[in-house]
Ligand binder design. Structure first.
Ligand SMILES: Nc1ncnc2c1ncn2[C@@H]1O[C@H](COP(=O)(O)OP(=O)(O)OP(=O)(O)O)[C@@H](O)[C@H]1O
Length: 592
């Protein structure tokens, strides 16, 4: 397969090009009557006494929104209306003049933020005060970052600024990449503040030199701190650091459901014990595109009773972006799933070759490393990127920046970029293998169709994993419109040749990670331990391993696979060189 030009004979309405302002689509109807999620709502008073006036509509005639007020338009008209909304629809940030600091408004303008996105509008019109506790749900890629940064920063500027050297706003998020991205957005928003009001935004995340970052933090004026839980918990062990959080005004949990799940909650709870107690009055803000019921039972660790619940998602809707068609491809076995990935890329590229920018999610970091080497060898005509937790921070940051800036290319990624990451213009998201949950599926799909653009999503599973589609019936996944499984023959040779180029060490690590990951899904896969090992051995075979890689006794014991048939026990290359590597399963919870 080679990148081809032209000849796009399928009409899909894809292309991911920005038309008009990025939030051109009709504003989603808030859930319930007043947009609350249920739970304990606010007292109904809006942050600003009156709802900001709608943008003055220029010369264009007033066109009703396609989904608003029960107006039902013929299909063609609805599209026209939507396009019209593109230029006229949202509430402009300029309507917040006098309520939002002029320099923040200028910062937003410089960033190209002209109109508020629905969640931004919701927060500014429904939050009882700038410092109210809130739980906010909005679809992926709809501007939640600015929706929590703006009120929190404005609150500081309204006479609530902490003393010099003190942290005023603490944002906790799951990954290093996301922390960097949030900090960048914060810098953009505050860029126009005069020198005497300057707001420094610091970050703290693992994989970077702790001492120098700490030094910078202790000698600086870190009014905003964006951190991942592990490193934050670590540095809060120092008295000097804890001292800097004494005057805290706001704590934000971004990707709140993940921050409160079993993987992160212990670290988050520990952090909360190191900062002033909730009763000292700091504001709690929880944001995510997915807020399963269980989360609402634990948000009270950061939100006071009576907090405001806001949502731009109808409770009967899925939190995936409406304009992303979602498809599944189910193939009988693992080897076919590799071939189907090539076939899929071929088909999708042929249909829309311009600026072909794709993210392929794999199940484990080591598996992604293998997939990266495989795709690089099989499809040398594409620019191929790799991003996962087993890479050191330097290459992780570099690749993040490169893929953000790239016009086209294929990123093989693990869940380290499954949530929150904003890679502009990704037109297609592929998920190869079982996602860890329905929520994770939603967040991964959300890497496309951001800020009003279009996108597509395909999940590629082998038969044993197909239950995922059935057990998540609310996800709008349809069978892929073209037959892939029957036309894989030409791709097998390509896969075999490419597998031969991938080194055995990479495959051995991928094999071990696969065992760890699928072992945690044994019940859902309706398999016993023998079945999981047989599946991993099939994976090894598909990767072109002459026999299944060796695995150490210790690792086998840790995975609970002692005595299971089909494992080759011994000190394999992986263990000899790097010491024991544990499997990467859901049990470990951190983004892989
Ligand atoms: N009002 C706006 N006008 C134009 N662009 C915006 C606006 N608000 C946010 N954006 C841009 O939209 C993109 C998505 O925003 P953001 O990353 O905050 O989304 P999100 O809702 O947090 O997504 P996720 O659920 O994936 O974390 C970013 O590129 C951001 O800069």
């Amino acid at each position: 397969m080679a990148p081809r030009t032209g000849n796009n004979n399928e009409t899909r309405g894809r292309g991911g090009k920005r038309r008009g302002h990025p939030y051109r689509h009709s504003r989603p109807k808030p859930s319930g009557v007043d947009g609350t999620l249920g739970g304990s709502g606010g007292d109904g008073k809006a942050l600003f006494s009156t709802r900001p006036a709608r943008a003055p509509r220029s010369a264009a005639p007033e066109v009703p929104r396609a989904h608003e007020g029960g107006v039902s338009l013929p299909a063609d008209t609805a599209v026209l209306a939507d396009e019209s909304v593109a230029h006229e629809g949202g509430v402009p940030f300029s309507s917040l003049k006098g309520k939002l600091n002029d320099d923040l408004l200028q910062g937003l303008e410089n960033m190209g933020f002209k109109y508020m996105s629905p969640v931004q509008e919701e927060v500014f019109s429904k939050l009882p005060s700038l410092s109210s506790d809130c739980l906010v749900q909005a679809k992926t890629g709809t501007g939640k970052t600015a929706a929590f940064l703006l009120p929190a920063i404005q609150n500081l500027l309204e006479g609530n600024r902490p003393a010099r050297g003190q942290v005023g706003i603490l944002v906790i998020c799951p990954t290093r990449e996301l922390a960097q991205q949030i900090a960048k957005e914060c810098d953009g928003i505050t860029a126009c503040l005069p020198r005497h009001q300057k707001i420094e935004c610091h970050t703290a995340f693992g994989g970077t030199a702790k001492a120098s970052a700490l030094n910078k933090f202790l000698n600086g004026n870190p009014t905003v701190m964006v951190a991942t839980p592990g490193r934050l918990d670590d540095i809060l062990g120092e008295e000097e650091v804890r001292e800097r959080f004494k005057d805290l005004k706001t704590v934000v949990l971004d990707e709140a459901d993940q921050m409160l799940d079993q993987g992160f909650a212990p670290a988050v709870r520990k952090i909360l014990r190191s900062i002033p107690p909730k009763r000292s009055g700091w504001q709690g803000m929880c944001f995510s595109a997915t807020l399963p019921k269980e989360v609402k039972e634990v948000v009270n660790i950061v939100l006071s009773p009576g907090y405001t619940s806001l949502s731009t998602i109808d409770p009967n809707e899925t939190p995936t972006v409406d304009r992303v068609p979602q498809f599944s491809v189910i193939v009988p076995d693992i080897k076919q799933s590799f071939a189907a990935l090539l076939a899929l890329i071929d088909k999708e590229y042929t249909a829309a070759p311009d600026d072909f920018k794709v993210i392929v999610f794999g199940t484990t970091a080591r598996g992604v490393a293998f997939l990266h080497d495989l795709i690089k060898a099989a499809l040398p005509q594409f620019r191929v990127f790799e991003l996962h937790s087993r890479m050191s921070q330097g290459p992780r940051t570099r690749t993040t920046e490169e893929f953000k800036a790239a016009k086209a290319g294929i990123l093989l990624a693990s869940d380290v970029v499954g949530r929150g990451m904003d890679f502009p213009n990704v037109g297609l998201v592929v998920q190869l293998g079982l996602p860890s949950s329905g929520e994770q599926y939603v967040h991964r799909v959300g890497r496309t169709a951001r800020a009003g653009r279009d996108g597509r999503a395909v999940i590629l599973l082998f038969e044993d994993e197909a239950f995922f589609v059935k057990t998540n019936p609310k996800l709008p996944i349809k069978p892929y419109p073209q037959e892939l499984a029957a036309s894989l023959e030409p791709y097998y040779m390509q896969i075999d040749r490419a597998c031969a180029e991938v080194d055995e060490d990479t495959k051995a690590k991928a094999y071990q990670a696969f065992l760890g990951y699928y072992k945690t899904y044994m019940k859902k896969l309706r398999m016993n331990a023998d079945g999981i090992v047989a599946l991993a051995n099939e994976y090894a075979k598909a990767m072109g391993c002459p026999e299944s890689p060796m695995i150490s006794k210790k690792v086998v014991g840790k995975m609970g696979l002692k005595g299971v048939k089909g494992l080759r026990i011994g000190e394999g290359e992986v263990e000899q060189r790097r010491g024991v590597i544990i499997g990467e399963g859901r049990g470990f919870f951190q983004p892989r």
